[in-house]
Design a binder for this molecule. Structure first.
Ligand SMILES: *Cc1c(COP(=O)(O)O)cnc(C)c1O
Length: 424
């Protein structure tokens, strides 16, 4: 498609957008004096208007039933997480037995690594990406340390000198090179900083070829890119519910454990009562009997209020469907990239922008990371004053995420207008 930098063109795209009406399902922030351009759905997704209804229902059930709400609430609390399973499974391309919504992301990463990072003999190394999200860096380093291993057991793979993205061939050859020293590959499916979406299928099979376990942090991938975790034979994964999935700040998060591990009672794990056989859970007998599949990694009973928000959001995803979301994501992101490049080309003498996110749609989701050469921070502050809610990363990167469920082509057009004005 040949794009144009004009309001008419943007409005035409919105008129043809089958998901356009979903925008009205969300609350847009009102704190700013200007109507906001909300481009931080990769950090905290907007609140679905139905979230309040679902949460209110549980507050009322709590008021009315007290503890009996576990069984008498319309959606009984003891099994509340089960309301989410099939929708979450679809989002990440999993069988229902492979997913569960529970805890928070970093907690889940630790629980999964407790089971799947089992260093033995010379097979002790973890391959991760350089400049991984800080929480992941701490989690990985502390896992290595927990096993009494030196930090050199953590091997980072980064971009080549002068480049911004990690070459996939470099990841694959590093896996090959580490060979029988490699215990675990654990990288972010979509890199939070550059927006690069890795070929998870290839990485998984390369890891398996050298006998390693492969897990992914999908914080920036779930609800953003199309995933087929089951088919790709990924061993495990975890993600949060509050970024592209719009399920409340610090909200409940998901985990995936491949079916091939579902019945493995030999796996070491940190256990809690909610992971125990549902038939005998309330007999409170000693001796842990894990529920087959991802549910066996649950520790605690369901945090129902957070899950109610998640339910509201997942129903919107279910209705829109990841196929349509994906089509709009690619078009919206491509249009935004076109506009930014257009502004950049016409204002070379003031500031130039380099989009460091891959240009190829299959290698990115709904995020563009703009390297602003020149006065990046000043520019960012001006954008903020215009009502653009974006994300600034030191030293000079602006991250913007046009979320297909609630951002419009007009948002992209207006962003480019503000960007150009900010340069004057
Ligand atoms: C957002 C994010 C986190 C945050 O972890 P929480 O446990 O939810 O606070 C961790 N890792 C990555 C890659 C993220 O993008």
């Amino acid at each position: 498609m040949i794009f144009e930098n004009s309001i008419e063109f943007a409005k035409q795209l919105d008129a043809k957008d089958p998901l356009a009406a979903f925008r009205t399902r969300f609350h847009f922030p009102t704190f700013h004096s200007k109507a906001p351009i909300y481009f931080t759905g990769n950090s905290l997704g907007l609140q679905p208007k139905t979230a309040a209804t679902y949460i209110q229902e549980e507050l009322e059930a709590w008021a009315k039933f007290g503890v009996e709400g576990h069984f008498l609430a319309k959606r009984p609390w003891y099994a509340y997480h089960e309301n989410l399973t099939s929708m979450v499974a679809k989002l990440v391309g999993a069988q229902p037995i492979e997913v569960v919504v529970t805890h928070s992301l970093t907690t889940n990463l630790h629980l999964l690594m407790a089971s799947f990072y089992r260093p033995q003999g010379k097979r002790v190394k973890i391959l991760c990406e350089e400049k991984a999200f800080p929480s992941d860096q701490y989690a990985l380093a502390s896992q290595v340390n927990f096993h009494g291993l030196p930090t050199s057991a953590l091997v980072e793979i980064g971009p080549r000198n002068g480049e911004h993205l990690i070459r996939e061939e470099d990841v694959l050859s590093k896996i090959q090179e580490l060979g029988d020293e490699l215990a675990l590959v654990m990288i972010g499916g979509v890199n939070y900083y550059t927006g690069q979406y890795f070929d998870l299928k290839k990485i998984t099979s390369a890891g398996h070829n050298v006998g390693a376990i492969v897990g992914f942090d999908l914080a920036h991938a779930a609800g953003n890119v199309n995933l087929s975790l089951h088919e790709w034979e990924v061993d495990f994964a975890a993600w949060c519910g509050y970024k592209y999935l719009n399920s409340s700040p610090g909200g409940v998060s998901g985990m995936f454990v491949h079916q091939k591990h579902a019945y493995r009672k030999d796996l070491k794990r940190f256990a809690g009562w909610w992971g125990h056989n549902k038939e005998t859970r309330f007999e409170m007998e000693p001796g842990f009997d894990p529920i087959p599949g991802a549910e066996g990694w649950q520790l605690s009973n369901a945090p129902v209020l957070g899950m109610a928000a998640h339910l509201a959001a997942l129903e919107i995803f279910e209705e829109a469907g990841m196929d349509r979301i994906g089509q709009k994501r690619d078009l919206l992101t491509a249009y935004l990239a076109f506009l930014i490049n257009d502004v950049s080309e016409r204002n070379q003498e003031k500031c130039t922008f380099e989009i460091i996110t891959p240009n190829e749609p299959s290698k990115r989701g709904a995020q563009l990371s703009i390297l602003a050469k020149g006065q990046g921070k000043q520019l960012f502050d001006k954008l903020t004053a215009f009502g653009v809610i974006a994300d600034w990363r030191q030293p000079n990167v602006i991250r913007i995420a046009p979320a297909p469920l609630y951002n419009s082509f007009e948002d992209c057009y207006l962003f480019a207008q503000y960007l150009e004005r900010a340069l004057q």
